[in-house]
Design a protein around this ligand. Structure first.
Ligand code: LLP
Length: 432
């Protein structure tokens, strides 16, 4: 009935998640409320880990891309499920440290790591720095020298695969602020440079071709391009790089129109391509990392809101105002992202009313979804927006001094708070 397996409808016609009545969750914890289903998250983590065993002899590791939702409980779950972590800031590193995450399994990304972040990452013995540019390479080497350390590094490479078109294309040079270009020779020069530095050790090459991708072919093409580059490095420099990180990007269902490819198919096809290319270049089969983010938590999450008002503008549209908005989910305002909205009070009823769901910010563009069909909405109803586990809390703000909502984790009919609701005191705690 719903795009997400963890959702159902109970005898009262209420939407349930992980066996919990969403109306009871709203009553007990207040709205807006982020709700995550633990079973869905753990099952997805296991599917990733098992696919490595099934298709690649276990010779690799998925890293949870924590930018989608960085909090202590998600770090703990990722660790329990044998995933590593991809972090992009000092704050995400700190969160992992606080959760007791094994730092050797953490990769540090970002196109502008500050000197302070680099020092902090070295102090906590982070597993790998994914170096973005030559300035950073030099800075990292210098800081390592000061600290008498050697850092394991990866290079972020632009493989020239654009997956965001209907038919993916290979471009000579993608305009991107991230990484080293292959086509211009920039990436090869960077590899040569890294080999001259004493305090960095080049272990891995990395690429990430985009997000919310439904097609497997661009991933396969990117993997092949990366293997070709590894072959070139071996042939021309006599250096074997033994690890390959293929990034994240696997698409999820926001609405019934979305058709994600089963992840198993990805791993099967990419494994075959990587092994074939390794043989062609006489390279050892590399250890592989992937960095799924959205697909780990996206469909496991929903957001609950209370309807506060309804404004019918004849011949124009009907606005339904909720007690949250772009502060807890900025994705429609930013990208016009499609979402499925469900009237949680009447989840057994056919959607029959077309509404625009508006947030409470002083901003006309503060909308969650326009012209979407829901079962007729009344003031006081609870609305659920589906597939909000990824890039919602992590992109939340305090615009209009609106406190960030709480997040609860549900499992088998039980709910527990994993992130507390912000208070008004929280909002002024840094004000002098
Ligand atoms: N690895 C790297 C290097 C990345 O840059 C990203 C996402 C991922 C992994 C995880 O990709 P995923 O599996 O989640 O697609 N805020 C946007 C998405 C930005 C993606 C940034 N990079 C959104 O809300 O759609």
């Amino acid at each position: 009935m719903f795009v997400n397996d963890c959702l159902s409808v109970n005898d009262q016609g209420h939407l349930t998640i992980g066996g919990c009545d969403t109306l009871k969750l709203a009553e007990e914890f207040g709205t807006p409320l982020y709700v995550l289903d633990e079973t869905t998250i753990r099952n997805t983590c296991r599917a990733y880990v098992n696919s490595f065993k099934k298709y690649y002899g276990g010779n690799g590791m998925p890293l949870y891309a924590s930018k989608v939702l960085s909090c202590k409980e998600l770090c703990r779950i990722a660790n329990e499920e044998n995933l590593g972590l991809d972090v992009v800031s000092g704050g995400e590193i700190y969160t992992a440290v606080q959760a007791g995450f094994p730092m050797e399994k953490v990769h540090f990304h970002g196109n502008n790591k500050t000197a302070d972040e680099i020092r902090y990452a070295l102090d906590v013995n982070i597993g790998k720095f994914v170096v973005d540019n030559l300035y950073e390479l030099e800075l990292l080497n210098r800081i390592c020298e000061e600290k008498n350390k050697t850092a394991n590094i990866s290079f972020r490479i632009k493989p020239g695969v654009d997956a965001h078109t209907h038919n993916f294309i290979r471009t000579g040079q993608i305009d991107s602020k991230f990484g080293f270009a292959l086509e211009t020779g920039e990436a090869f020069e960077a590899v040569k440079k890294a080999l001259t530095y004493d305090n960095v050790c080049l272990k891995e090459l990395h690429c990430h071709i985009g997000s919310q991708i439904f097609d497997i072919d661009p991933f396969v093409t990117a993997a092949e391009i990366m293997l070709d580059f590894m072959g070139k490095i071996k042939d021309e420099l006599g250096v074997v790089i033994s690890e390959l990180n293929l990034g994240g990007g696997f698409g999820i269902m926001y609405t019934k129109e979305d058709e994600p490819v089963p992840y198993e198919e990805y791993m099967e096809k990419v494994s075959v391509a990587v092994k074939a290319k390794a043989a062609e270049h006489n390279l050892p089969v590399p250890y592989i990392y992937i960095e799924p983010g959205r697909s780990v938590v996206g469909e496991a999450g929903i957001t609950l809101y209370t309807v506060g008002g309804k404004k019918e503008i004849p011949d124009v549209r009907t606005y339904v105002s909720i007690d949250g908005g772009m502060t807890d989910n900025v994705r429609y305002a930013l990208y016009q992202s499609a979402y499925t909205v469900v009237n949680a009070d009447k989840a057994d009823k056919e959607p029959d009313e077309i509404v625009t769901v508006a947030g409470k910010c002083c901003e006309s563009g503060d909308l969650i979804q326009e012209h979407t069909k829901v079962a007729s909405v009344e003031v006081g109803d609870t609305l659920a927006v589906l597939s909000t586990g990824a890039y919602n809390y992590s992109m939340a703000s305090n615009y209009n001094r609106i406190p960030r909502p709480a997040m609860v984790m549900v499992k088998d009919g039980e709910a527990r708070v994993i992130i507390k609701r912000e208070s008004y005191e929280d909002l002024v705690k840094n004000d002098i």
